[in-house]
Design a protein around this ligand. Structure first.
Ligand code: F0G
Length: 438
């Protein structure tokens, strides 16, 4: 079993080669790790104080066999994120079991850390002077942090004015060379492709196969957190379309190793304004993709020409997953509903719950099925979006006019704008009474 990636700059073929575990029918199956032994080993490492064991990625290092020396790993103790129950949201959509795997609880606040620890460790082992990425904000935040830890130079290309402040702040805080280009994300990818052709710069976008190796580990954590009972359905947001494929890989490998007895269905949800995969699946059966000029307030997934679409189409076909799209209004409401559970997430992550609602209405998910939403980013990443929603300034007149009566009621009940009061206890107590009366 292997996955290959050719470096655009040095033309070297990087390959992730697995020990011959006989997973594909070839190889020596007597070498295959014993599932019960692996489970026990991974659980035991949680009690260890060793750096590698404390990482929720490197804890699973038997499935990450690509560093010359595991101790070369650059880690911020990523992973080990919570799997939360979502009782209010479950009730709302008529599901018995709904969970959120909160990847926003990673060290830099997004799921990118799990892939970054893996790929940046490879870059350091290979002694690249620079690492670089084009990003909608989270990859760059993660790369900047891990590069700083590794003592490497980091080049960030981001679309000017299209990246949430929290993410831009992280990139500069961690000391990356942060270039805001007068283009969109897809334009940044084009510029970076030229740079890595010209200079020895290690590309850390999600086409890098080691990113996906790290990003498959939340699948292992989900299985572990659910006592090795695989949920019926996993739902992920879709942008550059690597993450769903990475999770699919994790679930496939666990199944092949006999750690689990089936695969979950994995569905991908896109924002309507950045929906090339949705269009590809619904119009061309996933055989080709037509790039779009992307536009959505969920800036993390504002991507019109996704690099890893083929891998995601394959994953959807292997797991019988669905692809849906959701509107700006649906994203805004779903995000506030996830917030009201005391959990919160950034807008791109909220497409998962908005998509779940649609799949339930379409009868594609049944009440007894267990569902895990992958919340990819922390609510603090894009505080401006949240404040605008609660103040009622997020959606434009024409968007408000399209709302159904139910959606209008939902927004009215969810919006909790900050109130400005005189500095007296009377004023505050009056406000509390008003809130209780509703
Ligand atoms: N959710 C968040 C919060 C993201 O930042 C991204 C991607 C996605 C979902 C989509 O994941 O690209 O694997 O389909 N962000 C990238 C970045 C593009 O540059 O931070 P995907």
């Amino acid at each position: 079993m292997s996955s290959a990636f050719r470096c655009l700059q040095c033309k070297e073929l990087f390959e992730v080669i697995y020990p011959s575990w006989g997973l594909d029918g070839n190889g020596d199956s007597s070498q295959r790790p014993n599932p019960a032994g692996l489970r026990a080993l991974w659980a035991e490492r949680k009690l260890s104080t060793a750096m590698l064991d404390q990482s929720g990625v490197w804890r699973f290092r038997e499935l990450l066999p690509f560093l010359d020396e595991p101790k070369h790993a650059v880690t911020l103790r990523e992973g080990n994120t919570p799997l939360y129950e979502m009782p209010q949201c479950a009730r709302q959509v008529g599901l018995e079991q709904l969970y959120a795997k909160h990847q926003g609880m990673n060290p830099t606040g997004s799921f990118k850390d799990t892939g970054m620890t893996a790929a940046l460790s490879v870059a350091r082992e290979k002694k690249f002077p620079w690492v670089a990425c084009a990003s909608t904000g989270n990859t760059s935040a993660a790369m900047a942090a891990y590069a700083a830890r590794a003592g490497m130079r980091a080049l960030v290309l981001i679309p000017e004015g299209k990246v949430a402040w929290g993410k831009l702040a992280q990139s500069v805080d961690y000391g990356a060379l942060t270039c805001q280009l007068k283009t969109d994300f897809d334009g940044c990818v084009r510029v970076l492709a030229e740079i890595v052709e010209r200079e020895p710069v290690y590309l850390l976008n999600s086409v890098n196969p080691y990113r996906l190796e790290g990003q498959k580990t939340p699948a292992l954590e989900i299985a572990e957190q659910m006592e090795w009972q695989i949920p019926d359905h996993i739902i992920v947001p879709g942008g550059n379309l690597a993450n769903g494929a990475a999770l699919g890989k994790g679930f496939r490998e666990m199944h092949a190793l006999g750690l689990t007895n089936r695969l979950p269905r994995i569905s991908v949800i896109q924002a309507q304004g950045a929906n090339p995969l949705y269009t590809s699946m619904s119009r061309f059966n996933g055989e080709r993709i037509e790039p779009v000029v992307a536009d959505t307030r969920a800036s993390a997934i504002r991507i019109g020409n996704p690099a890893s679409w083929r891998k995601t189409v394959q994953m959807l076909q292997q797991t019988n997953g669905f692809c849906e799209q959701v509107s700006e209004q649906e994203i805004a409401i779903a995000k506030a509903e996830i917030g009201a559970e005391g959990i919160g997430c950034e807008p791109a992550s909220a497409v998962t719950f908005a998509g779940l609602k649609k799949l339930r209405v379409q009868g594609k998910i049944l009440p007894h099925e267990s569902v895990v939403l992958i919340l990819t980013g922390n609510t603090l990443k894009d505080a401006e979006y949240t404040i605008d929603f609660h103040r009622g300034t997020l959606l434009k007149e024409e968007e408000l006019a399209q709302l159904s009566a139910t959606e209008r009621d939902a927004i009215r009940n969810l919006a909790k704008p900050p109130v400005l009061l005189e500095s007296t206890s009377d004023a505050v107590l009056r406000q509390m009474e008003t809130t209780v009366r509703g």
